[in-house]
Design a protein around this ligand. Structure first.
Ligand SMILES: *[C@@H]1O[C@H](CO)[C@@H](O)[C@H](O)[C@H]1NC(C)=O
Ligand SMILES: *[C@@H]1O[C@H](CO)[C@@H](O)[C@H](O)[C@H]1NC(C)=O
Ligand SMILES: *[C@@H]1O[C@H](CO)[C@@H](O)[C@H](O)[C@H]1NC(C)=O
Length: 362
């Protein structure tokens, strides 16, 4: 009896307590001062592994980060799993509920989860080097979570399939006849950041915009990388989309952003679970991802104000047509979001197809 009681207390001591932590008055952040190489040594001594759950659409998202990290820190293994944030998020709750946390770093699009997780005592308060350079809206005051990368949707079209067209910029432009049967879009009822796009557009342009969009006969897919694959495929007839990310044109894919209409940008929040089995490795990963070097090579806006914006673009807070801080507020109103999602499901049906992680649209 005593033995099992002791064993149970030992177990409890090592796990986050799921009740409000506010009155514990122990929220002060541990502020990192060590150089990256010292953290690296500590991470190697701890076992050299970091398990990260990253929100994303395609497994290939993870390859580049894994390679960069492992090349930069020989002997370290980045055990990275990419999946839709909404699925990662509930699986992480499941870990907390079972008292068995095995992930060291989380970076999710489900930004509304982080304040709740922190209130439950699930997150380490830890400020990586450079934390003070993060744009203030992108960092929690007690460093429980912070922006690690930014994402934004762009209009995109294949110029080989739509030669010589006038660039579609504003939301009404996608309703022009040349886009009939040519649009491929992600289900808004399958991804909150796409739902957000449709909400922004339709609050401004009305329901008739959506009716006219449907008259264009778009193809609906799961995953926000899938439209890129389909429009790039020379054999597919679909040629344009506005539900995937990217800032730079390529040889035959051009890119645009509205200035009168609103478009989606957000920052993905990251945190280290308080009971992460490899805290030093998680710290190494987060410090690395926040370096100016890493931030300046993402092909998107940095989360640090001391890192210049992507070439040809203003800083994110000066970019016309978007408000990167509004996403958190929007995501937090779950009852409203649920009603929006249901409205789209009624119009489009439930999202069809396998998870974008395992479907055959790369
Ligand atoms: C790698 O991550 C997976 C899934 O998150 C986990 O089940 C596995 O135990 C991890 N492997 C190591 C070596 O930590
Ligand atoms: C590419 O798109 C931009 C708008 O983002 C437009 O100004 C430019 O003319 C387009 N280029 C071509 C070749 O269509
Ligand atoms: C952007 O959104 C934030 C948070 O929702 C809001 O406080 C702010 O006023 C908005 N900024 C602009 C320029 O509209």
């Amino acid at each position: 009896m005593l033995r099992s009681f002791l064993a149970a207390s030992a177990l409890l001591a090592g796990q986050a307590l799921a009740y409000d932590q506010a009155l514990g008055f122990n929220g002060a952040a541990l502020v990192e001062t060590r150089p990256l190489d010292d953290i690296y040594k500590a991470a190697l001594a701890e076992g050299g592994v970091v398990t990260m759950w990253l929100g994303g659409d395609e497994r290939t998202d993870e390859d580049a980060l894994k390679k960069e990290f492992e090349d930069r820190f020989p002997g370290m293994t980045l055990n990275l799993t990419t999946d839709l944030s909404k699925y990662h998020s509930v699986r992480f709750d499941e870990q907390l509920a079972s008292g068995h946390v095995y992930v060291d770093s989380i970076a999710f699009q489900t930004v509304h989860d982080f304040p709740r997780l922190d209130a439950e005592g699930a997150l380490l308060h830890y400020a990586p080097v450079g934390f003070d350079q993060l744009y203030p809206p992108m960092r929690d005051v007690r460093a429980a979570f912070y922006g690690i990368l930014t994402v934004g949707w762009a209009g995109k079209w294949n110029m080989d399939k739509l030669p010589g067209i006038e660039a579609p910029i504003e939301w009404e432009d996608w309703l022009r006849p040349e886009f009939k049967d040519k649009l491929v879009l992600t289900y808004p009822n399958d991804d909150d950041a796409v739902l957000y796009a449709f909400d922004l557009i339709m609050q401004q342009y009305g329901k008739s915009w959506f009716d006219r969009l449907l008259a264009q006969n778009p193809r609906w897919v799961r995953g926000t990388r899938s439209p890129d694959t389909v429009i790039a495929d020379p054999k597919a007839s679909w040629a344009a989309s506005f539900t995937s990310d990217g800032l730079f044109p390529t040889k035959n894919i051009n890119v645009s952003h509205p200035t009168q209409g609103s478009f989606v940008t957000w920052f993905q929040l990251a945190a280290i679970p308080k009971d992460a089995p490899h805290p030093e490795a998680a710290k190494l990963l987060h410090n690395y991802m926040l370096t100016p070097e890493w931030q300046s090579t993402r092909g998107s806006w940095p989360v640090r104000r001391d890192v210049p914006p992507p070439q040809g673009y203003p800083a994110i807070f000066d970019m016309p047509g978007t408000n990167i801080t509004y996403f958190r507020e929007w995501m937090s109103d779950r009852p409203r979001l649920e009603r929006l999602r249901t409205w789209f499901e009624d119009k489009l049906g439930s999202a069809q197809g396998l998870s974008p992680l395992i479907d055959d649209i790369q």
